[in-house]
Design a protein around this ligand. Structure first.
Ligand code: PMV
Length: 319
């Protein structure tokens, strides 16, 4: 039996623009998901999946039908097994048990589970995949399931740390950031990421001369944020976060609730604050050097849930 775990992620800046060939910066967060895999010796090649919240769990799917069950709870794991099976035919059935925090706050549970399952499966099959091979396997699975996405979350789950990411994984550059002074606030759950990504693509299609420059500005925010992060210049990083928030608002992915948390944090002394990820709900974060207690309280008073999660944590590993 092999057990692997991978972390969730928090997008720091560059979301949405990264889907359109601009860079972003992401940090891995300490919300770990685990996949436990074992080969089975039954003559029929069956994939048995046991996952929290999976109706009728454990479910059994014939290996030949893997990836076609249309169960959303197992879609990512099925897709990555199907891809692996095409590249390296499985010698037998397998049983898989996934586990992790019950609420993922939109912080990358699907990518973490996909990466943990793929890594454990590679280990079980005695394949030594490079990070790049693992990335392409898992990113392919994500595209099989949701048809869109930049792959930044897969990169964070594999590599851990804080990453400068672009080109759908062509550039994955670890950034040496020892401490990230942020407070994360959860605003409540959202409509799916894919809907928001599609909304932005439609906006780009309908108003290219307006939206392309917004993406260009987001790119400049990321390039300068990278320098600020590497020199721990939190004043500048905070200002860039505020600018990024304004640009995301212009794309129409901000919500009143997220704005309330962002303004509450700024009003309590944060050096900057922005939503994180696709928008429409989920998380925001605030840069908090001083006044940390006041900023936490302000986020909570505005209706947010403060999440105490370490950032820059290690990537996928065998546990
Ligand atoms: O909704 P999240 O937190 O998974 O973030 C999505 C970030 C996007 O840039 C909007 C999409 C992507 O795949 O990069």
């Amino acid at each position: 039996m092999i057990r692997a775990s991978a972390p969730g992620k928090l997008m720091l800046c560059g979301e949405h623009a990264v889907v359109h060939d601009r860079p972003c910066i992401v940090t891995a967060v300490d919300l770990r998901y685990t996949a436990e895999l074992a080969l089975t010796d039954a003559p029929a090649k069956i994939i048995r999946i046991d996952a929290p919240g999976l109706p009728g769990s454990p479910v059994e799917i014939p290996l030949d039908a893997i990836g076609t069950s249309a169960r959303k709870e197992t879609a990512f794991v099925e897709a990555v097994i199907a891809r692996m099976h095409r590249l390296h035919p499985l010698p037998s059935g397998i049983s898989i048990k996934t586990s992790g925090p019950a609420v993922s706050y939109g912080l990358g549970s699907s990518s973490a589970i996909t990466v943990a399952a793929a890594f454990a499966l590679a280990e079980l099959l005695e394949l030594s995949l490079t990070h790049n091979e693992l990335y392409h396997l898992c990113y392919g699975a994500v595209l099989d399931v949701q048809g869109t996405g930049s792959g930044f979350d897969i990169a964070a789950a594999i590599n851990g740390g804080t990453l400068y990411f672009s080109g759908r994984g062509r550039v994955i550059e670890p950034l040496t950031v020892t401490h990230l002074p942020i407070i994360i606030g959860f605003s409540g759950s959202k409509v799916g990421t894919v809907n928001l990504v599609n909304h932005v693509s439609t906006l780009l299609h309908d108003h290219p001369t307006v939206v392309e420059p917004l993406f260009d500005s987001m790119q400049m925010v990321v390039e300068q944020a990278k320098i600020a992060l590497l020199s721990a210049d939190w004043q500048i990083f905070g200002t860039l976060c505020d600018i990024n928030q304004g640009l995301l608002d212009a794309l129409g992915v901000n919500t009143l609730r997220l704005s309330e948390l962002v303004f509450a944090a700024r009003g309590a002394g944060a050096l900057g604050a922005k939503l994180s990820g696709a928008g429409g709900g989920d998380c925001m974060f605030a840069l908090a050097i001083d006044e940390q207690d006041a900023i936490r309280t302000a986020i909570e008073k505005a209706g947010g849930q403060v999440l105490d999660l370490a950032t820059g944590v290690s990537g996928v590993r065998i546990d």
